[in-house]
Ligand binder design. Sequence first.
Ligand code: ADP
Ligand code: MG
Length: 250
Amino acid sequence: MTRIISIANQKGGVGKTTTAVNLASALGRSQKRVLLIDLDPHAASTSHVWDGEPAATIVDYMENRQLLEDCIFRTDDGYVDYIASSQDLQDYISKMKNIHTLPEKMLSIVKMCESKYDFIVIDTPPDFGVLQVNAVLVSAEIIVPIYEYLSVPGLVALKDMITACDQVINLGKGRILRMLAVKADCRTKLSRNIVQVVHDNENSLHTVIPYNIKLAEAPAEHKTIFEYEPTSKGAMAYMQLAKELINIGA
Ligand SMILES: Nc1ncnc2c1ncn2[C@@H]1O[C@H](COP(=O)(O)OP(=O)(O)O)[C@@H](O)[C@H]1O
Ligand SMILES: [Mg+2]
């Protein structure tokens, strides 16, 4: 069965895109068939894996200009298929007349891709807007990257959103929220405390992604960490994360 994982958090700059791109590549390098969907109009995942204008984006599929298969491309590193995003996604959302269109489109993508991929990883925008909600709607697992204390109201809002999604589409068992400590600098007491808080939460991921400058440099080269600096601590951590997820099972 395909595992669908959204990378979500209502804040920007917390490592969602870095996690989506490098986790997808690590899963691909672990012999898994992976589709990365960029559902953020900022299109940071798209530009991370692709240097230039994509020939088609998710908006072309949403607006019925292209077939889904014509919107799926292979990343340069050769391990991941992806569906690109673009700024047009924001216009599409603003002009959308029927609120059912987006969930129907997302579900159709998942249905068509189910037999082709072991994992679908979805990068989301930094808010609880319609795009993030729709990503969570089709996902059984939600990875929440955390590098600073997540405010209690923020966490409650995220859990409420996940519960609301459980009520709209029942996936058999409740969606699992998996916190992931990222950008951790374990020389500092603050970072060690945050990692501890993350690990105290049920279903949180044991792997800790360290602060690693190579991870911050790689996007400008349009490369995953495995192409940019395969022996870096960042590369090792994302490979470890992929292994942990594979071992957890669906
Ligand atoms: N583990 C890390 N170590 C160092 N820099 C990181 C790490 N993870 C992310 N970054 C950098 O932090 C910034 C925000 O990360 P990003 O993945 O774009 O966050 P988001 O998608 O949540 O907005 C980017 O400049 C990125 O390169
Ligand atoms: Mg992002």
